[in-house]
Design a protein around this ligand. Sequence first.
Ligand SMILES: Cc1cc2nc3c(=O)[nH]c(=O)nc-3n(C[C@H](O)[C@H](O)[C@H](O)COP(=O)(O)OP(=O)(O)OC[C@H]3O[C@@H](n4cnc5c(N)ncnc54)[C@H](O)[C@@H]3O)c2cc1C
Length: 325
Amino acid sequence: MIDFCIVGSGVSGSTLAYLINKKYSIKILDKAKGPGGRTSTRRYHNISFDHGSHYISSSSSSFHNFLKLLEKKKFIRKWDKNHLDLSFEIKNHSKKFIGNKGNNDLCKFLIKNVEKDFRKEIRKIKFTNNTWVLYTTKDKIFCKSLILSCPFPQSLRLLRNYLPKKIKNLRVVMSPIITLMVAFKKNKNIPISSIKIKNHIIDKITYENSKKRFKTDLSCWTIQTTSSYAKKIINKYKAKKKFYTAEIMREFNNITGQNKKPFFYNIHGWKYAFNKSTTDLKSYWDSKKKIGLIGDWFIGPSIEDAWNSAQNIYVKIKKNPPKIK
Ligand SMILES: Cc1cc2nc3c(=O)[nH]c(=O)nc-3n(C[C@H](O)[C@H](O)[C@H](O)COP(=O)(O)OP(=O)(O)OC[C@H]3O[C@@H](n4cnc5c(N)ncnc54)[C@H](O)[C@@H]3O)c2cc1C
């Protein structure tokens, strides 16, 4: 039987898998068709859109060193050119990195030697005979220890009966984001990489061609809405895709001065995109029950926070290993 099952192949799950893979037998399970979670990239023929996280940046030296290692191994590279900030927020902008082929390259690097299974949505979890049993619609997976790396509401739904009050009572509010991926005919090679806006509909715009991952005659953009706009439409946008795409497009045209119809578009809703609040913890680990929780939401709303949460549980697991041998 597997020592550890890790549910979720986002940055936190992949980081932990990388750290414990040598010592334990592990398996990553994810409901998606590939790794990366909220860092995933959508590909359509030869073009691609980072419809989750736009870039990776660091605020600590440890994460910066990790990014440098990935840069050296050619999994990620710097994303320069012009990043316009029309929100006029004064921030210390650290360097922006992107995956060479997609922003989930970071997770691909971390789990390249790990056993993994995609399109495996865990619907129910039970603990019987000192074993964790994970149920999908079709099968059961057995493991000795279990780590969930999903956004808090999803982890809570699956593991509520086995978590202590201090975790169940955490006040973690996660807000949604809608991303619109659009491509126009004729690319003009615009000397801009991204625009931060923050008006009533749009928060950020990324010019995907600036990432130099593909050659195309199309001009490709990812438009990220504000969470206040997304909150209003997250439960109904799927039924009215055309209507909301047109509404976001009108705002995009207002900002960029374009007046063209997209040649291609797709819209995606992230129900649990960003956590608004943080917790006093960085991860949760119970060596007796052999369960743990990790994720950005413990610490903050970024890739670095997800990475830090995994680093934190790794220290806890080393100090208090599960009795599984
Ligand atoms: C639109 C958007 C833009 C962003 N921009 C940036 C940015 O520019 N820079 C930055 O640093 N951060 C950004 N972020 C935040 C960043 O993406 C997250 O902080 C980070 O990816 C979270 O990683 P995680 O491992 O904690 O969770 P996730 O990436 O959410 O991983 C959880 C995984 O669990 C899987 N899962 C969930 N439930 C189940 C289940 N029942 N069974 C099986 N699998 C399951 C999911 O499929 C997912 O792969 C952005 C996020 C969004 C949504």
